[in-house]
Design a binder for this molecule. Structure first.
Ligand SMILES: Cc1cc2nc3c(=O)[nH]c(=O)nc-3n(C[C@H](O)[C@H](O)[C@H](O)COP(=O)(O)O)c2cc1C
Length: 172
């Protein structure tokens, strides 16, 4: 019988949602049935054989709702293959790749709640119009003017698909 995988995400401006959807599309086949659902809409985990969870990063951490989701479900998640990812702008900076090992530490709080079969970090994007807070919008507008961050979509779909493809056997 096909196994059921939940890919769940928390996303403030939509970039992590797109990453979660790509992961779902990549791992789905005759043997793996995949649901891609925002964390706030997940009703129960018992029906799933494996879970992939990801969040956009703000101030160097997963969004609060994402950490809460893992904390509240840690015992159920610990019974299944569990993978985690994050989406951020640091990796999209010039020389951002040099920060990869630092960015990986942002997943440590999640890994210490639930052991992961795999954990990965991805570059996301910056859409100033979608940032809810006016003061954050101003801050990030300045960061683009000073050339620290570049607005736009920096997701590397090849890298995302590669990770998801390698993940399949670890979830099955
Ligand atoms: C308020 C705010 C704070 C952020 N803080 C960070 C940060 O500390 N480090 C980082 O690399 N990216 C940071 N980002 C960039 C986001 O992680 C990036 O835009 C990501 O693609 C957002 O994913 P989402 O659209 O799914 O929320 C921040 C973005 C916002 C709006």
């Amino acid at each position: 019988m096909a196994k059921k995988v939940l890919v769940t995400y928390a996303s403030c401006t939509g970039f992590t949602q797109g990453v979660a959807e790509m992961i779902g599309k990549t791992i789905e086949d005759n043997h793996l049935v995949v649901d891609v659902i925002p964390m706030k809409d997940v009703k129960n985990l018992e029906n799933y054989d494996a879970v992939v969870a990801g969040s956009g990063i703000q101030a160097g951490t997963w969004l609060p709702e994402a950490t809460k989701f893992v904390r509240e479900n840690r015992s159920e998640l610990s019974k299944k293959p569990f993978a985690a990812f994050l989406v951020c702008m640091t990796l999209a900076m010039k020389n951002g790749e040099n920060c990869r090992s630092h960015v990986q530490t942002w997943l440590q709080p999640v890994k210490s709640l639930v052991p992961t079969v795999s954990a990965e970090v991805f570059a996301g994007g910056l859409d100033l119009k979608k940032i809810p807070s006016a003061s954050d919008r101003l801050k990030f507008r300045l960061s683009t003017l000073f050339g620290i961050w570049k607005a736009g979509d920096h997701r590397d779909w090849g890298v995302i698909r590669l990770w998801a493809g390698e993940l399949k056997s670890k979830l099955a």
